[in-house]
Design a protein around this ligand. Structure first.
Ligand SMILES: Nc1ncnc2c1ncn2[C@@H]1O[C@H](COP(=O)(O)OP(=O)(O)OP(=O)(O)O)[C@@H](O)[C@H]1O
Length: 293
């Protein structure tokens, strides 16, 4: 597990991070979200040791991170940094070797990643001849070629078409399945909501919410249900229920407990047809806007 503990960092009097703490748990995909300038890249650079914090520390499994740990991390920086004139496969092998992997192992892993990411046909082309989306895929392969023990990716999905997003997602999930913690930043909240096990929401250099989707939802919403029936007006008279939205046969309500919500369902069934009855799940985008305010 990667733990970020009480990290602060300022640039010329501007506080980019203030007492930031969060965990990136093993085997989970953790999404890192926040508006432009919230401090995500700064935090990622500190995790990788590219930048030092003014105070605070990064821990690996509860002990301070070492240079050897960091050499085993996979990192996709905001400023993409591959060699434009070098061939894709050759470059991946070279990067793998820099991380201490044997040529044979790096070549095999590069082949595997290029296949998974749909780049096999471009393996012997120079990076600069690839489209931007394909260069991005090569960047992802570069972060993974040495079979990292932890993965930190700055906006890995930006610029990818929907198919490439799914492919990349599959590849990252495979890495998480090996037990590695995976942290990635993204501005695509719908994507984060769908694919993250856990997330950290940053605003103005501070953590505003962190945890699993369910924990964040639970902390920022009351349980609500949606009922569609012939006439939902009766719901107003049931104790322990607060009607939030009502429109003839459609009602959204908050209930003091599951038992109260069950009572609504039973009564609706006794009265007539129930077209649907389900918990109302608050979209993450709504919670995000509320917590970053
Ligand atoms: N090297 C630097 N020198 C001066 N200011 C910096 C530096 N790096 C970051 N900052 C400032 O720190 C703040 C946080 O920036 P950071 O890049 O970490 O945000 P971010 O959340 O990654 O934003 P984005 O989503 O736009 O990439 C910003 O106000 C930025 O201008």
């Amino acid at each position: 597990m990667l733990s970020i503990r009480s990290i602060s960092r300022s640039f010329k009097g501007h506080q980019a991070l203030e007492d930031v703490s969060f965990d990136v748990r093993d085997g989970l995909m953790t999404g890192f979200v926040g508006a432009n300038g919230a401090g995500k890249t700064t935090a990622m650079r500190i995790i990788l040791g590219v930048l030092s914090p003014d105070s605070g520390e990064v821990l690996v499994d509860g002990r301070p991170v070492t240079a050897d740990d960091r050499a085993q991390f996979g990192y996709m920086p905001e400023e993409r940094g591959l060699y434009p004139k070098m061939k894709v496969h050759e470059q991946l092998v070279y990067l793998g070797r820099l991380h201490g992997v044997s040529s044979a192992r790096a070549a095999a892993r590069a082949d595997e990643l290029l296949e998974q990411l749909g780049l096999t046909e471009r393996r012997d082309d120079k990076l600069e001849s690839l489209s931007l989306g394909n260069q991005q895929r090569a960047q992802i392969a570069a972060a993974l070629v040495h079979e990292p023990t932890a993965l930190v990716l700055d906006e890995p999905f930006s610029g990818l078409d929907p198919m490439a997003v799914e492919t990349t997602l599959g590849v990252l999930r495979d890495v998480a399945r090996t037990g590695a913690p995976v942290l990635f930043s993204s501005h695509q909240l719908d994507l984060v909501e769908r694919l993250c096990d856990s997330l950290v929401i940053l605003a103005h250099g501070q953590v505003r919410a962190a945890g699993t989707r369910e924990q964040i939802r639970a902390a920022h919403t009351r349980p609500e249900w949606l009922l569609e029936t012939d006439d939902a007006g009766f719901v107003r008279g049931i104790p322990g229920i607060e009607v939030i939205d009502f429109d003839g046969g459609h009602v959204r309500f908050a209930a003091d407990s599951d038992a109260h919500a069950d009572r609504v369902l039973r009564e609706a069934l006794e009265r007539g047809t129930v077209r649907s009855f389900a918990p109302s799940i608050r979209p993450l985008t709504e919670i995000f806007q509320e917590v970053v305010r």
